[in-house]
Design a protein around this ligand. Sequence first.
Ligand code: HEM
Length: 159
Amino acid sequence: MELLDWLASWLASWPGATWLRGSGTAYLVVNAAHILGIGLILGAILPLDARLMGIGRAPLGVVGPLLSRAAAVGVGLALLTGFWLFTVRPIHYAGNAAFLAKLALVALALVNVAIQHANPAYRRALAGGAVSVGVRTSAAASALLWLAALLAGRWIGFL
Ligand code: HEM
């Protein structure tokens, strides 16, 4: 337990965390950037997953790479700002069931992204080929996992 306490106090003492604890404006900007990251993720991934599941007729070769990259920017921003927010109150969040559930869901969603991108059938689909059952299933799992991460994230503030 001592190691965890030390880690938490070390994390909480870095200048970025001290700054956010001392400045409401800085905190709201970083929190807003976290929400922007989440918005980019959901705003890009849900349309892409819907298209992969057969909804709509937008050419996958055009929208696929664009939405994929937008989602990647969102994930990067959400991870960076999320970790920064975490260091403001690490012990509090580490004991928050919603926060832990969200981290688990985000990890599962990222593993699913890796599986989808490693699948040659996915690249064929983005090149305009037929969308396989495996790609559709992974797209459905992606939509459910990111939506669940959104709910768990919002739930943090209620616990
Ligand atoms: C990458 C996917 C992520 C998603 C979809 C996500 C989602 C969310 C959502 C919906 C909120 C609530 C925002 C609000 O209402 O103010 C939130 C807040 C938060 N997230 Fe994330 N998050 C992600 C990654 C992370 C990571 C990686 C961490 C930390 C390592 C993190 C730490 C936090 C913290 C500390 C809060 C503030 C909670 C509070 O006090 O209200 N997030 N997140």
